[in-house]
Design a protein around this ligand. Structure first.
Ligand code: ADP
Ligand code: MG
Ligand code: MG
Length: 919
């Protein structure tokens, strides 16, 4: 044995958690800074790996352990296995990462007949001694010898029953002695051997059991589930610690504490304790512990010591600590400390407080918080204390929880929503024409479609909760009900959905509202100081723009104008524009649309002033604004039936004598109107058929529309520039950016730029002002990426549309990929992540790099950003920072996450590597 496998708490390196485990390293560290830790030592994780490799303890390891025990004996004046003043120890596991599923702690090791007698004599408290003994036999039996708890529990309960005792504390020394004897028998029966009397044998068996627990099923499963790799934690250490007793009387206690309140972050004493108890009792919940402030009255002096311990822990670790302690006859011992796990509210508050207290630096205050944790703060979430079982589960498509009356179509949602009711829109799947229902709903639930279905994407954009693809729900819109196996949901029934987990509940489950606290604002302001990459928002409405601005967006990176077309007051005009037969007819419709768009933009610019607003010209194929072919066929059929009825009524009128009184509807009929409706629907049908494309996403869309229908793009450009002019006149600083989608060649850009220049000139002349704005392009085709140098001659900015660019790079259609083979690819390890969620650095990322290089070669000051959904993901933000993008743009609720991630990207830039793994 050349490597040192055993370290006393005095000598172990408190920083080396890999070697000593988290618990062991901290026991060393606490000992060395003078905290009162019971003497002990650590057997290293290397010794564990050695044991697991060779199936035996390393040569000489037990000798080293004996040397350490000798030292502990000297410090404590006790003897291991001795009859007079016996040394008892605990044997505790602990790896670099704390892991439930690792071996339990064995307490009171070193008890046998001889030391038991000694302990009774020494303490003059047989009850205490037998209590310790029976606990040791059971724990050792269970943990080290693998005997079922139940085998012991039956005897324990039997004795309790026999003696008419309800709680454990009611048992006297006689009972506990009887129990101990029975327990010894259990061990003998179960293992075929008597309970080991030799205390070193007890210790050796325990050390091996701890080592073996590293490869136990529970531990292995846990590591797999949480991706704990060997470089994070490899093997477990064994901690041997002198026992101290919180159960020796009413001047003894044991407890756990947090140095600050982990629920709120408030800087206060926090925790619970039990008088006259051993540590496991607090965790096991056998007795109800008391809040720590009661200790102040009960043991004022020890409370003071505890406050002192708390202060020293924080001053040293400079992080909130979660600690365990025991009080033995008036002396306080610290048994464990580790960094406290807290919720997002508490993390943010403690970051701000600890910085203000001078405990940590700004960098540390930012880096100690995982950006994704902030998600919790921005959406309403379910009360974690509810234990109501869920009814069904779908995909967690847009985070947050929502609760309301279930409705089955968008119109009902709107009607009910207007009366102030909370509603959940339940559909098989949603379509663009359902948009008004989204606005009126608290949450969206669909029984079909994935995380990128229309419902999911739109809900995310609006920051509303959405559960998608809950396939167990059978929706029957006609009868206005849904079935989940046996359970019936009728319209108006209250349901709750959790878009963060995908769970669906019947009834109202209390939700907790999000809060954007002062501390969060402060912390994010620090993040902005440090970050180099800015955060913009993908929003389409003034209302969302205001939300985004309040979350700290420094501009709008993507406004999709088609969302504006879908509103109920515009869609009919948009349809007229699409079915128009001539340019003149189309121009009439466009002239009607223009004021709407101008108004939209003006509000949007104002909401974001003085920050830039990037408006994308029309992108989707036009048929998306029309109903489906089937729907039109059904409607035409209905109209024709109606026409027949009208005819019948006419015949009726003609047949009856004129003085027969007629019921009211007869005088309101007008065949003419029905005919007009039929003609219009037939026109739409014809258009739908004309516009049919085999692969619409690769078809007539984006700038291609701008080439074939320049009047549409011109109308949009005019609306943008006219609203900018209005803002300028009203002294509102605005920075519009006109963005062209789906570009493949510089010539397309030159063409659109020509429209822009003409309109600009006209508006400037008419208003006698100078318009300031930018003209640029999305980069979302592979060709645009490779032609970036040429595009940059016309474009003043680029924005990576990484949703389409990813589709183009992979030749995947997103919906099909995510619903069909992508999960398999992830499972088989062919692809590590979903490239539509996590930016694919190795493929798409390389195209982005080329684009940035080419673009900035032509135009060094070129502004470049990303507006794909990946732009809100911390991992992707690090890459975007690395390739020197100017901004990322993401949905409003992700803005705070992105701001913090942007600061992390800067602070950790030197550690970043594109090739962290080779996929
Ligand atoms: P876990 O990893 O589950 O927290 P620990 O090793 O911390 O397990 O042990 C659990 C509890 O057992 C501790 O909180 C403490 O109360 C008690 N304990 C462990 N070692 C000792 C000891 N030497 N003296 C007294 N109590 C101990
Ligand atoms: Mg513990
Ligand atoms: Mg696109």
């Amino acid at each position: 044995m050349t490597e040192q496998y055993v370290y006393s708490f005095q000598n172990g390196d408190g920083k080396n958690k890999q070697l000593l485990g988290g618990k062991g390293a901290n026991l060393c560290e606490m000992t060395q800074i003078g905290l009162n830790v019971p003497p002990g030592f650590v057997i290293t994780t290397s010794a564990c790996l050695d044991y697991l490799d060779n199936h035996q303890l390393a040569d000489g390891l037990l000798d080293k352990v004996k040397v350490q025990i000798k030292e502990v004996e000297q410090t404590t004046g006790k003897t291991f296995g001795g009859g007079e003043n016996p040394l008892l120890i605990s044997v505790r596991s602990g790896s670099a990462i704390s892991m439930p599923g690792m071996m339990d702690t064995i307490l009171n090791l070193g008890l046998n007949r001889k030391t038991l007698a000694g302990l009774i004599e020494q303490t003059n408290d047989p009850r205490f001694a037998y209590d310790a003994y029976r606990r040791f036999i059971q724990l050792f039996g269970k943990v080290a010898l693998d005997i079922d708890d139940e085998k012991f529990d039956v005897h324990f309960e039997a004795i309790k029953k026999q003696s008419g005792v309800k709680a454990d504390v009611g048992l006297d020394a006689g009972h506990l002695k009887e129990i101990s004897d029975l327990f010894l028998q259990v061990v003998h029966e179960e293992t075929g051997n008597p309970f080991p009397e030799d205390v070193f044998e007890q210790l050796e068996i325990s050390i091996k059991a701890v080592f073996n627990s590293w490869t136990g099923k529970r531990a292995v499963d846990y590591r797999r589930e949480f991706h704990i790799t060997p470089d994070m934690a490899n093997g477990t250490a064994v901690n041997v610690v002198t026992m101290v007793f919180g159960n020796m009387g009413n001047d003894c206690a044991t407890g756990v504490g947090f140095t600050r309140n982990p629920g709120t972050g408030i800087n206060e004493m926090y925790g619970e304790y039990l008088v006259n108890a051993q540590g496991e009792d607090v965790v096991a919940g056998i007795r109800t512990p008391k809040p720590v402030h009661e200790l102040k009255k009960e043991m004022p002096d020890l409370y003071k010591q505890l406050v002192d311990l708390r202060n020293k822990l924080e001053a040293h670790y400079k992080e909130v600590q979660d600690y365990e302690y025991t009080i033995e006859k008036g002396t306080l011992y610290c048994l464990q400390t580790r960094n406290g796990k807290m919720n997002a509210t508490a993390m943010v508050k403690t970051s701000v407080d600890m910085l203000n207290e001078g405990l940590i630096s700004k960098e540390q205050a930012l880096l100690r918080i995982d950006p994704e944790l902030l998600e919790q703060l921005l959406h309403p979430h379910l009360d974690p204390n509810n234990n109501i079982p869920s009814l069904a589960k779908g995909l967690p498509a847009s985070p947050g929880a929502a609760c309301g009356k279930c409705v089955f179509d968008a119109d009902s949602a709107e009607r009910l929503g207007r009366t102030g009711e909370d509603v959940i829109l339940l559909r098989e799947e949603t379509k663009p024409e359902d948009i008004h229902g989204f606005f009126a709903s608290q949450g969206i639930l669909t029984s079909r479609g994935g995380k990128t279905s229309h419902a999911a994407v739109v809900a995310r954009g609006m920051g509303k909760a959405c559960v998608a693809g809950a396939e167990d729900i059978k929706v029957d819109v006609k009868s206005r009900r849904a079935l989940v196996s046996e359970v019936l949901i009728s319209e108006g029934d209250i349901i709750t959905i959790d878009g963060s987990t995908g769970e669906i509940y019947l009834g109202r489950i209390p939700t907790i509202q999000p809060s954007f606290s002062e501390e969060l604002k402060t912390m994010l302001a620090w993040a902005d100081e440090i970050a180099e990459i800015r955060v913009h928002a993908n929003v389409d409405t003034p209302e969302r723009a205001r939300t985004a601005a309040s979350y700290g967006a420094k501009g709008i990176g993507l406004c999709r104008t088609e969302r504006m077309f879908n509103a109920t007051d515009r869609l009919p005009i948009v349809i007229d524009m699409i079915i128009a037969d001539s340019t003149e007819e189309r121009q009439i419709a466009l002239d009607k649309l223009l004021p709407f768009q101008r108004d939209d933009f003006q509000q949007l610019f104002e909401a974001m002033s003085p920050h830039p607003v990037t408006v994308r010209l029309l992108d989707p194929p036009m048929h998306e604004f029309l109903p489906s072919e089937q729907q039109l066929l059904d409607e035409i059929q209905a109209l024709k039936q109606y026409e027949t009825i009208l005819l019948g009524q006419k015949v009726t009128l003609n047949t009856l004598s004129s003085n027969t009184p007629l019921p009211p509807p007869f005088d309101q009929l007008d065949e003419e109107v029905v005919n007009i409706a039929i003609t219009k629907k037939e026109l739409m049908l014809k258009k739908v058929r004309d516009l049919f494309e085999v692969n619409p996403m690769l078809g007539h869309r984006g700038v291609r529309l701008g080439m074939s229908y320049p009047e549409i793009y011109k109308m949009q450009i005019r609306s943008i520039l006219e609203s900018a002019a209005i803002c300028i006149k009203r002294q509102i600083p605005v920075l519009p950016e006109i963005m062209v989608p789906q570009v493949i060649t510089a010539k397309e850009l030159v063409q659109v730029k020509q429209y822009v220049d003409e309109i600009k000139h006209e508006i400037e002349q008419a208003n006698r002002i100078e318009l300031k704005f930018k003209f640029g392009t999305m980069i979302e085709t592979v060709r645009a990426s490779t032609r970036a140098g040429a595009l940059a001659e016309t474009a003043e900015f680029f924005s990576f549309g990484t949703n389409d660019l990813t589709q183009a790079t992979f030749s995947f259609s997103r919906e099909d990929a995510e619903n069909k083979f992508l999960p398999l690819y992830n499972e088989m390890g062919l692809l590590e992540d979903n490239p539509f969620e996590v930016l694919d650095v190795k493929g798409v990322g390389q195209l982005m790099k080329i684009t940035v290089d080419l673009g900035r070669k032509t135009r060094p000051e070129m502004k470049i950003g990303i507006c794909g959904e990946q732009g809100g993901l911390p991992l992707s933000i690090r890459f975007c920072h690395h390739i020197k993008l100017d901004y990322v743009s993401c949905s409003a609720p992700r803005i705070p996450i992105a701001r913090l991630a942007a600061a992390h990207a800067k602070l950790l830039e030197n550690e970043y590597s594109e090739h962290q793994d080779d996929r």
